[in-house]
Design a binder for this molecule. Structure first.
Ligand SMILES: Nc1nc2c(c(=O)[nH]1)N[C@H]1C(S)=C(S)[C@@H](COP(=O)(O)OP(=O)(O)OC[C@H]3O[C@@H](n4cnc5c(=O)[nH]c(N)nc54)[C@H](O)[C@@H]3O)O[C@H]1N2
Ligand SMILES: Nc1nc2c(c(=O)[nH]1)N[C@H]1C(S)=C(S)[C@@H](COP(=O)(O)OP(=O)(O)OC[C@H]3O[C@@H](n4cnc5c(=O)[nH]c(N)nc54)[C@H](O)[C@@H]3O)O[C@H]1N2
Ligand SMILES: [Mo]
Length: 672
């Protein structure tokens, strides 16, 4: 038996260090690395059994070509030679007949390793493909936060250890950031209070001291109401405001002149509860806010992040003092993206396609997309408005290649299906976005079957296409060496000595993170100068497009949010639940009049599509709010594309992100 270390590749703030136990080349056990300061020796439930996925009999192990109709999922094994010839033939013909932009790459974060995440970028730049804006996850939150805070790193999570008050705001930390929880547990043992601000009682709220059941999209109003109360009582941190910020006056004037009742109504909370939260903030100078991306997934989502970061600053939480801070995404190592993506290889800029709007792009774009190259993503399940995505994937004239580890709802539409390695078969570089560490891996096992990594796929394809730029000669080590030169925060010694597997690298930026007294020359900006009506200079309450649309609420009275499920990672691990539809939480007041009993199959629907779920009647949610956790595959022919049939391609106010937590719907018992 031997043990080898690796790093979890999944899209999660924790980027855990893993110890794999091997017996005769087979992984028998996965544990959290006890030596890693953030992993602290434990893994989430999903990843403890990740080796079953790596070693699964269902793995795509060989190249295959489609023999049935699109969507049927019938394939025939072919050789890599034949696969290359189909792929190269098609890509060349497409470029000659329709131009490079007729090819659309589609990838996201199935694998967060920097090398494999960016592996296709040089290839698509050189080819002249349409440019994919990878906005599906955190761009709205980041855009809102950085507008006021700047690009500097956020407060280290370790600061929460010394806090008296910890707020999980729009983050289901027990599910999506579980390695933050030990800090919360320790702080609580020392007397801290842990509160959650979330529309429903998620697992984190169940473990908290208190839960503020906000209306979805109510965060800007709540942050501004708190600011107003604290400003009136002179309980804001005037020292921080004076020393380290600019533009407070305009914001202060606005909250002063705004009616408190109107703000509070928009939060959905009782006045006494908002006052109580303001009092908590006033009496606990050591406050740590852990803000999630969840609250940004609506049409005013960036605004919510703007309001929260301004509240945190007005409380002085960015003064670097013990126990005080706010964290959205750590920004632990800042990257020069042109180096990571080889942007100079593109000899002209090409049209951009927002990945959130894949449905539109595949069905309405002109000139049309003729080839789609999917890797590290399962767009049919994860992209919004999936009925339209499916209509696009069904197009007979569209050539779809999917590079995957396992059959997914998307692979059923592939013309060419190529086998991908898992992170356990690769070497790569990983950095957490919920902490300040990075590390490198080397393969734990050899590639299974004929699987190849994203990196090998695109390096080989480039050569077969006749691309001769030096980038296509790189090995993974060359790429990592190059990347090291473009990462700020990487301690200098790694530039000299190189980055080796097993190194646990702490960012130099951690020392200054979250502390404006140490950000040379940059001030927190409560008001930004570049304002437009959609994006005013300081946070304003602006109605949400779908939630606050009166005409739509007459027809579709329910608000729907679709946050992650504990057992799934976006749609990854959906293979374990192919015969499950997942639950929808509905309040007893709403279930009664609709004759819905616990466990009944229900149809949720709106103008975009419908989805079948099993009803869970519970007052963990609010009246008129449905909560559907998890992107189940729902792979059977009658109900093929899951919960995203209901979500919209509308994008966020800033950052062009997805609005997965803002849909209006109706619900009925199945068969009614
Ligand atoms: N187990 C598991 N872990 C995951 C994932 C997964 O699918 N499963 N996904 C990973 C990925 S890719 C990401 S980006 C992160 C996301 O992780 P988070 O940052 O936690 O974001 P979400 O899970 O989308 O939403 C978090 C919470 O926000 C709440 N919320 C929704 N709308 C609002 C609102 O308007 N206001 C407030 N205050 N709260 C709101 C939701 O109810 C939910 O409880 O998690 C990662 N970790
Ligand atoms: N309704 C709803 N939809 C959502 C969200 C939500 O909260 N609600 N969250 C959104 C968010 S935050 C995100 S980040 C997106 C995520 O969307 P995706 O990035 O598509 O995430 P996954 O569903 O995990 O699918 C990743 C796929 O990549 C494959 N894969 C893993 N590693 C590799 C590799 O090295 N190479 C190749 N070729 N393939 C690999 C996996 O097998 C898996 O099928 O989903 C979004 N969709
Ligand atoms: Mo995400």
């Amino acid at each position: 038996m031997i043990k080898k270390k690796t790093i979890c590749p999944l899209d999660c703030p924790d980027a855990c260090s893993i110890v794999a136990t091997l017996d005769n080349g087979v992984i028998t056990k996965l544990d959290g690395d006890p030596d890693h300061p953030f992993t602290q020796g434990f893994l989430c439930k999903k990843v403890r059994s990740y080796h079953h996925r790596v070693q699964s009999n269902d793995r795509v192990l060989f190249p295959q070509k489609r023999v049935g109709s699109k969507g049927e999922g019938k394939f025939e094994r072919i050789s890599w030679d034949e696969a290359w010839s189909i792929l190269v033939g098609r890509l060349k013909a497409n470029r000659d007949e329709h131009g490079g932009e007729s090819l659309l790459p589609y990838s996201y974060a199935g694998n967060m390793g920097k090398v494999n995440f960016h592996a296709g970028d040089p290839f698509f730049n050189q080819y002249g493909a349409s440019f994919l804006k990878r906005t599906i996850c955190s761009t709205a939150a980041k855009a809102g936060w950085t507008l006021h805070y700047g690009e500097n790193p956020s407060s280290p999570p370790e600061k929460a250890l010394d806090a008296q008050l910890i707020i999980a705001w729009g983050i289901n930390a027990k599910v999506t950031n579980i390695h933050f929880m030990p800090f919360v547990v320790k702080a609580r043992r020392a007397g801290a209070r842990f509160v959650v601000i979330d529309p429903y009682q998620n697992l984190t709220a169940q473990a908290a001291d208190d839960h503020y059941r906000i209306k979805p999209g109510g965060d800007t109003a709540l942050a501004l109401a708190l600011l107003k109360i604290l400003l009136e009582k002179n309980q804001l941190d005037q020292n921080f405001i004076k020393e380290y910020s600019e533009g407070f006056e305009e914001l202060g004037h606005y909250v002063d002149s705004t009616d408190l009742k109107t703000l509070i109504t928009k939060t959905g909370l009782a006045t006494a509860r908002v006052e109580e939260l303001a009092a908590l903030l006033a009496s606990n100078s050591k406050t740590f806010i852990r803000a999630g991306i969840g609250l940004s997934r609506n049409t005013q989502g960036a605004m919510s992040c703007r309001a929260i970061v301004c509240l945190a600053a007005a409380l002085g939480l960015f003064d670097g003092h013990t126990g005080r801070g706010a964290l959205l995404s750590s920004n632990s190592f800042s990257l020069d993206n042109s180096v990571f993506s080889f942007t100079p290889l593109a000899n002209k800029s090409t049209r951009s396609v927002n990945m959130v709007r894949l449905g539109e792009a595949l069905t309405r774009m002109n000139p049309p997309i003729k080839s789609l190259f999917v890797y590290s993503s399962n767009p049919l399940s994860v992209a919004p408005d999936s009925s339209q995505v499916r209509r696009g994937l069904e197009r007979e004239d569209l050539f779809t290649v999917v590079h995957e580890q396992l059959p997914t709802p998307t692979t059923r539409y592939a013309d060419l299906l190529l086998p991908a390695t898992t992170s356990f078969e690769n070497d790569d570089l990983y950095m957490g976005y919920g902490h300040f560490y990075m590390g490198r891996t080397e393969p734990v096992i050899s590639p299974r079957g004929e699987a190849i990594s994203n990196f090998d796929l695109f390096q080989t394809l480039a050569k077969k296409m006749g691309f001769d730029a030096a980038a296509f000669e790189d090995t993974v080590s060359d790429r990592i060496d190059l990347y090291s030169t473009a990462i700020s925060g990487l301690p200098k010694k790694y530039l000299k000595e190189g980055i080796h597997a097993q190194d646990i690298i702490l960012s130099d930026l951690q020392q200054i993170a979250g502390d404006f007294s140490r950000f040379k020359g940059s001030k927190f900006r409560f008001t930004v100068r570049s304002s437009t009506p959609e994006s005013p200079g300081f946070p304003h309450v602006i109605p949400n497009d779908e939630f606050d649309n009166a005409a739509s609420s007459d027809v579709y009275p329910f608000e729907l949010i679709t946050p992650p499920n504990n057992d799934l990672l976006n749609s990854t691990f959906g293979e374990h639940y192919t015969n499950q539809v997942g639950e929808v939480l509905i309040h007893p007041e709403d279930a009664g009049p609709r004759n819905i009993d616990d466990g009944d199959l229900v149809r949720i629907y709106n103008g975009r599509g419908s989805n079948i779920r099993s009803a869970k009647i519970t007052n963990r949610t609010q009246p008129l709010l449905l909560v559907a956790e998890g992107i189940y595959w729902q792979n059977d022919a009658s109900n093929q594309s899951g919960i995203n049939c209901l979500t919209s391609q509308a994008i966020t106010d800033l950052g062009e992100g997805g609005t997965f937590h803002e849909s209006r719907v109706e619900i009925c018992k199945l068969g009614h």
